[in-house]
Design a protein around this ligand. Structure first.
Ligand SMILES: [Fe+2]
Length: 380
């Protein structure tokens, strides 16, 4: 007769030890005692959990997910009315919390993604932190992000960098709200126990040295200036990447490409490396009604729909998207994009970290079978 006696439930860690029919009851009791005693000593056996720890392929905790622009905008406006600057709204930021991450305010295990809303005439005081940040402007103009004294003008579709440990503040000089996407490596830096933060000393806003200084020196041309100190540091000295430039490049690329999607990586103009050591930034243009090849890659991404409409199939589930929507592609998820009209997507990814650690892989697959349609993120 088969032996169905189980390891007692008070043993906290997984108890998946295979017991054949001949194992005497006394041995089962001794194994259970072993597990209990190991637990008391904060020791855990590998043999009960190695299949979970060493899966054949990545099993990301983050879920493919999508947040709709209408929800993001409406909630930001409600926050604006209720959470004034004096009530803590100096950083009026709504973090996209992936439901797979147990309530953490992170979009993926490595990326923070958020919507920031700054009303007309409002300002967000200066501070700096060890996590790196990027801003991608979704709506409005007239806000200045000042980074170490360089007042960078923000316009729709622009990418603005705030590299680690550089003082930055935001001032909306217009009478209308500005909305932008925030991407940070906060989860990575937090996991590494390397968070540092401080307010700008003595005043809300830092002194301004000039407007668009980095853009004047490094921007918009295929030359590298010979400026003292320009080759230093792992982050790009260029702080602003204009949509006007990326849009032109995407148009030229797509016009001369046989593929359905073209992509640009935003880079450090001095070194040719990515803009930040931990966050990769990309702009994509997808041709209308020409699906992309299904693809998997190690590393997670967050996509922002800047222009157009369409859908992405992620691990067999269809995610319809439109302008201002934000969606997550977890590590090793199979993804393909279908645009109804020519569409521009901006994305951030943890790929610089994945590649630096020698962990990068990609794979291509045949067209996916659609097994479901994403219905989360409905209006509340
Ligand atoms: Fe910040």
């Amino acid at each position: 007769m088969a032996n169905h006696r189980e390891i007692p439930a008070q043993v906290r860690f997984p108890t998946a030890t295979e017991l054949d029919a001949e194992v005497p009851g006394q041995v089962i009791t001794e194994i259970a005692d072993l597990y209990t005693d190991l637990d008391a000593l904060n020791l855990q056996p590998l043999w009960t959990q190695n299949a979970r720890l060493l899966s054949k392929v990545p099993r990301p905790s983050a879920l493919p997910w999508l947040w709709r622009h209408g929800d993001l905008r409406r909630m930001a406006e409600r926050s604006k009315d209720l959470i004034t600057i004096s009530r803590g709204g100096d950083r009026r930021v709504l973090a996209l919390a992936n439901p797979g991450l147990g309530g953490k305010p992170f979009a993926t295990p490595t990326l923070w993604a958020a919507i920031q809303y700054l009303g007309g005439g409002e300002s967000a005081p200066g501070h700096r932190h060890s996590p790196a940040a990027i801003r991608f402007v979704l709506e409005g103009s007239g806000t200045i992000t000042t980074v170490d004294g360089d007042a960078c003008e923000m316009r729709s579709g622009d990418l603005i960098l705030t590299p680690p440990w550089q003082f930055h503040d935001h001032a909306n000089e217009s009478g209308s709200p500005m909305i932008w996407f925030d991407g940070l490596d906060l989860p990575i830096v937090s996991h590494l126990d390397a968070i540092f933060f401080e307010l700008f000393p003595g005043a809300d806003m830092q002194p301004v040295r000039g407007r668009n200084i980095s853009e004047g020196i490094y921007g918009g041309r295929a030359t590298v200036p010979r400026v003292e100190g320009s080759a230093t540091g792992p982050s790009s000295p260029l702080l602003v990447y204009r949509y006007e430039d990326t849009g032109k490049s995407l148009a030229a690329l797509l016009a001369h490409s046989a593929g359905p999607m073209v992509s640009l990586e935003y880079i450090n103009p001095v070194t040719g490396a990515g803009v930040l050591p931990t966050i990769g930034c990309y702009a994509h243009r997808i041709a209308a009604r020409r699906p992309t090849v299904p693809r998997r890659e190690v590393g997670s991404s967050v996509f922002v729909v800047y222009r157009g409409s369409g859908k992405s199939i992620i691990d067999g589930v269809e995610f319809a998207w439109g302008e201002g929507d934000v969606f997550v592609v977890p590590s090793w998820a199979c993804v393909e994009h279908h645009a109804n009209v020519e569409s521009d997507l901006f994305s951030i990814t943890d790929q610089p970290v994945i590649k630096a650690l020698g962990l990068y892989r990609e794979d291509f697959e045949a067209a996916q079978k659609v097994v479901g349609v994403f219905e989360g993120g409905n209006d509340v």
